[in-house]
Design a protein around this ligand. Structure first.
Ligand SMILES: [Zn+2]
Length: 1064
């Protein structure tokens, strides 16, 4: 080893230059991390594939400015030098450096780090007077040459640099390394990767323009990091996350601080930040430091509800003053990819004095306009494009950014769906070939078979247990099955054995494999209104992990040895099993068998009558015993206060091709509850098991009790109908909701349950080590421990839990403390990641529903089209209007009774409504308007007629606008009894179908017009992995908790009309 010195010139955060001398040790053996290594390097972990045409070594400047381009997974064989990585670290900050590090770690990217400065022969000391960038380029070149020699010329080595002089200088040396500019490299080696070339141009353009900034200051400078840190410590500044008010994005933002960081004792609320100057270039989501203004300058938040399009200046009522401040520095930028819309041509021209700079408008209203440099403004007008932010200087009114990818024309279905996905951080590229290569083969030529080793190690239930599944008709991905049988009597009397057998997904998906990483990144299967994106490849989800009837399958089982009389648990067995399901039942069939109705069981049809009767009797007996057990379990939970909330009663009806033809209300069959109860039981017992085995690092799911103040709306609304809702405990709430039934109008109870659901907090995953034991409780299910075990095909949490259960079993068998796969901290981070992804999935689903609603109504004339007029029920009053629910379309929204001209809605004799000058008075159970012609009153739960229209928006999503046209119901509301389907459910699927059909027609027409390839490109087609949304799974999720707001499947305008505090 050779000792030398290395001199670094760093810039401190204040901009001072610092000279640092470090001791530097050189070694002969530094691993090359190439699978082609001839020198037996100690290449542990990730290595470069040998299966590429060349290796590419980016210069420091390329790594610094064009890392995004190198992030394309298609670009393989990338060697990042230590020199380049350090350049990123020193010039681009921690965030960018971490991004590079995770790129290097991620096995899905074929790139490695070569520690060139530690390698004796590739290190070159900096010469006196040599500029830093020249020296870095020389180092990288030297490293490339070393790499070439080290691999004995087996692979061509290409070095890419933005330094044209270097291309000329080193290109002539003939030492076996090719030198190219980045652009030339992309053109030569990746001609098919158009997106990478475009991204390159976009970044290059942005860099070029950056140099020509103005000098006039628009904002105050941010304070240096040391000053901020000291200020936060001393309590002078407050640290928190900036939240922009979506409805007043220009003017109003709040800083939500972490209580721990807050030293100022008088602060117990958010800090208000008014206007752009005070926001000082902070972007929604950034971690900022704020300084409070003198109390005399404090202001209040704006309270009145406003329609999306504008403010009613005179109407603004301000609440009490609250701490108000200004941003003095940014602690961490949390910028992501933003979807923006390019301005129409007129606007780009008016901006054109600055040649190619244009202002684009983000889809997310909370994000400021972004200035980008492009030559494509003309082509891209009215398109939606992904952009990234680069910088926001104090001299610039707007932040600078660059475009990354074009999504398509605004308003087209595919563009809008992709927008929703990207805005929610949902990335669902098709499964890569490398991932699919990890999958077992299962085809008609090469059918999948049992592994003899597995047969030996698993408990074989094929001959001993009657296993069956109960799912909706047509279900393909069966992830759970059941069994029940009598056991020989024990010392305390007769015994029963209940079994829950779940698809053994983790047998096929090894921890850390590419498929596992992808599933972890996705965390869940995503369900949108017209499609779904699976978490796992189809060979698992629809085949090998689907517990179909009559085939051998691996399972993870929980089996309870129960006292047949008291149903007390004698013993629980957990383990891997081998099953063969005998019956694949659907709910209606199972219920018919239980009810003693005539029903054909497909599996028995071909048997001789005698044998058939015996088997049928066995099956019915099993179903009956199961029902008995489930009733008992449910009663146990009920006595503890389990909640039955709204959102359960629709199911998907499928045609022969497994397309959903309708959503019909699920007959409330007892067998649904029976299956659900068994799954809840299994989840509960697995939670107990893993928590016992790993008290500090088990993945559980809890449901915190709701905050009492969120129940106000529910209680007020119920009182209007003479009901009292007791919210003191889950049990009291459940019982009082059960009593709040209006025999005249079933919608009353349904809406009350919706409101109860809205008041709930979300159920969340957590690591037991990160949460005190008294907070493990699951409020909705009334269980002290809970987790997710029963759906590993579509939830990553269940896969983690399966692995934990496996480790717990191994530990019990004396395999020593199984390697705890993750520390509590890591597990907690993973739990947060899954929680975030679930939130994103729900949000994307809600937005996609709203998108379809808007597309459906977009081309209909509200004045003449009957479909735009509907019956609505008032469920809440607001200062200037009310919130209504429209059963026919399953949507909720705000109806305004006062407009911007100050007119109010007045009701005529026949119920028709007109706008007139007047005033408005709101109370808890009604809202009245008074005009010259008299007083009109709207009561809670009153049925009225509304007209639905679309409020188009060029840059954001369209919204629905509701206007009251009559104070009377549109039609006599159909009795919404248990036998009549609520119209909403059917209305919605018809709506989705019509919108999809329109979109396809439109794209076909466009295709004919342009006379070229299909508008919905093959890529886009492949992008969606399944056209058939599996609503079954969705509904099962809801059923388990009923905490999702899928009331009539729609969410509508409610959120747009509620004050931002309600969404907190
Ligand atoms: Zn080597």
């Amino acid at each position: 080893m050779i000792k030398t010195e290395k001199v670094l010139h760093l810039k401190s955060s204040r901009g001072r230059k610092v000279r640092v001398v470090r001791e530097h040790y050189l070694r002969e053996r530094v691993p090359c991390y190439s699978s082609l290594c001839q020198a037996e390097c100690a290449n542990e972990g990730k290595v470069l594939s040998g299966d590429v045409t060349h290796y590419v070594v980016p210069d420091a400047g390329v790594a610094r400015d064009f890392m995004e381009v190198l992030e394309f997974r298609e670009i393989q064989g990338v060697v990042f030098t230590q020199t380049a990585c350090q350049a990123v670290q020193h010039t681009r900050g921690r965030r960018q450096y971490n991004r590079l590090r995770s790129l290097l770690k991620d096995p899905r990217h074929d790139c490695v780090l070569f520690a060139n400065e530690f390698q004796e022969y590739s290190f070159c000391p900096r010469e006196k007077g040599e500029p830093q960038d020249k020296w870095q380029t020389r180092c990288v070149y030297q490293a490339a040459v070393w790499y070439h020699d080290h691999l004995a010329g087996l692979k061509p080595i290409v070095m890419i640099t933005e330094d044209q002089a270097a291309v000329v200088e080193y290109g002539s040396l003939n030492r076996g390394v090719y030198i190219l500019s980045t652009q030339e490299y992309l053109r030569t080696f990746w001609p098919g990767l158009q997106a990478a070339q475009e991204l390159y141009c976009s970044i290059a353009q942005a860099l070029q323009e950056r140099g020509s900034e103005g000098t006039e200051r628009e904002y105050t400078e941010h304070l240096p990091a040391e000053v901020l840190e000291a200020g936060i410590k001393s309590g002078r500044y407050v640290q928190g996350t900036l939240n922009v008010n979506k409805h007043r994005s220009q003017h109003e933002a709040f800083v939500r601080f972490e209580s721990s960081s807050n030293k100022s004792t008088e602060l117990n609320s958010d800090v208000l930040v008014c206007g752009g100057k005070n926001r000082n270039r902070a972007v929604h989501g950034d971690m900022v430091a704020v300084e409070l203004l003198p109390k005399g300058e404090w202001r209040g938040r704006t309270m009145a509800l406003t329609e999306g399009q504008g403010e009613e200046k005179g109407e603004e009522t301000q609440s009490q003053v609250m701490p108000t401040g200004r941003v003095v520095g940014i602690l961490q930028r949390n910028w992501r990819d933003y979807v923006v819309t390019f301005p129409p041509r007129e606007e780009t021209q008016s901006q054109s004095r600055n040649s190619q700079r244009i202002l684009v408008t983000p889809w997310d209203q909370r994000i400021p306009k972004i200035r980008i440099s492009t030559q494509q403004a003309d082509i891209l007008q009215d398109h939606r494009v992904i952009v990234r932010l680069d910088s926001w200087e104090s001299t610039s009114l707007y932040p600078n950014g660059h475009s990354v990818r074009v999504l398509g024309r605004a308003g087209e279905l595919e563009t809008e769906v992709q927008t929703i996905l990207i805005e929610n951080g949902v990335h669902v590229a098709p499964f890569s070939e490398a991932q699919l290569r990890e999958m077992p083969v299962s085809s008609s030529e090469r059918p999948w078979t049992l592994d003899p080793e597995q047969v030996v190690t698993r408990r074989d239930l094929r001959d001993t247990h009657l296993v069956f599944s109960i799912d909706p008709l047509g279900c393909e991905d069966v992830d759970d099955t059941l069994s029940i049988r009598k056991l020989p009597p024990g010392p305390r009397g007769p015994r029963l054995e209940l079994g829950v057998h779940i698809a053994d997904v983790t047998h096929f998906v090894k921890e850390g494999s590419l498929t596992d990483l992808e599933a972890r990144t996705r965390a869940t299967t995503y369900y949108l209104a017209d499609r779904r994106y699976d978490m796992l490849p189809a060979v698992l989800s629809a085949d090998l992990c689907s517990l179909l009837g009559g085939v051998d399958r691996y399972a993870m089982s929980v089996m309870w040895d129960l006292d047949a009389q008291t149903l007390a648990v004698n013993k629980v067995w957990y383990g891997r099993t081998l099953i063969r399901s005998s019956y694949q039942l659907h709910y209606e069939l199972a219920q018919a068998l239980l009810d003693g109705d005539e029903a054909d069981v497909p599996e028995l049809v071909k048997l001789p009558p005698g044998k058939r009767d015996v088997q049928l009797a066995q099956l019915i007996e099993a179903l009956e015993t199961l029902t008995h057990v489930a009733r008992h379990l449910r009663a146990q939970r009920d006595s503890g206060g389990a909640l039955e909330l709204e959102g359960v009663e629709v199911r998907a009806q499928l045609d022969q091709d497994k397309n959903i033809t309708a959503l019909v209300p699920r007959q409330p069959l007892e067998v649904h509850e029976t299956v659900a109860e068994c799954m809840i039981y299994a989840n509960h017992w697995v939670a107990r098991k893993i928590q016992e085995s790993f008290p500090q690092q088990a993945l559980l799911r809890h449901h915190p009790p709701p905050r009492q103040e969120f129940f106000t709306q529910l209680q007020d609304s119920a009182r209007a109908r003479g009901f009292t809702i007791d919210t003191r405990s889950n049990k009291a709430l459940a019982e009082s909701l059960d009593r709040a039934v209006d025999p005249q109008d079933p919608l009353v109870n349904r809406l009350l349950r919706v409101m109860a659901t809205q008041a709930m907090s979300n159920a969340l995953y957590f690591s037991t080590g990160a949460c005190p034991v008294d907070q493990y409780y699951h409020y909705g299910l009334a269980l002290d421990r809970y987790t997710h075990f029963t759906s590993p095909i579509r939830r990553y949490a269940d896969m983690i839990v399966h692995r934990m259960l496996t480790a717990a079993i191994a530990m019990e068998k004396g395999a020593g403390p199984a390697k705890a796969s993750a520390s509590s901290k890591e597990l907690e981070e993973l739990a947060q990641h899954i929680n975030n992804k679930n939130r994103a999935a729900q949000h994307a689903q809600k937005l996609s529903t709203e998108l379809f609603q808007c597309l459906y109504f977009r081309d209909k004339d509200p004045q003449s089209d009957e479909r735009c007029v509907a019956n609505a029920v008032i469920y809440s009053t607001r200062a200037n209007g009310m919130l209504v629910f429209i059963p026919q379309y399953g949507l909720k929204g705000a109806v305004y009774l006062k407009n911007r001209e100050g007119e109010v809605v007045s009701v005529m004799q026949d119920g028709r409504c007109e706008w007139k000058a007047g005033s408005l008075l709101r109370s808890l159970d009604h809202i009245s308007t008074t005009t010259a012609s008299g007083t009109s009153t709207f009561n809670l739960f009153q049925h009225i007629t509304v007209q639905i229209s679309v409020q188009p928006s060029r840059c954001h999503s369209d919204t629905l606008h509701l206007e009251v046209v009559s104070s009377k119901p549109h039609r006599t509301p159909e009795p919404q009894g248990q036998t009549t389907p609520p119209q909403g459910t059917r209305g919605r699927s018809r709506l989705v179908q019509e919108v999809v059909r329109q979109a396809e027609e439109a794209s076909q027409q466009a295709e004919e017009k342009r006379g070229r390839a299909s508008r919905i490109s093959r890529e886009e087609r492949e992008f969606r992995q399944s056209k058939v949304p599996n609503l079954y799974c969705l509904l099962e999720e809801v059923r388990e908790l009923a905490l999702l707001d899928i009331t009539g499947c729609g969410v509508g305008l409610g959120s747009a009309a509620q004050p931002c505090s309600a969404s907190a």
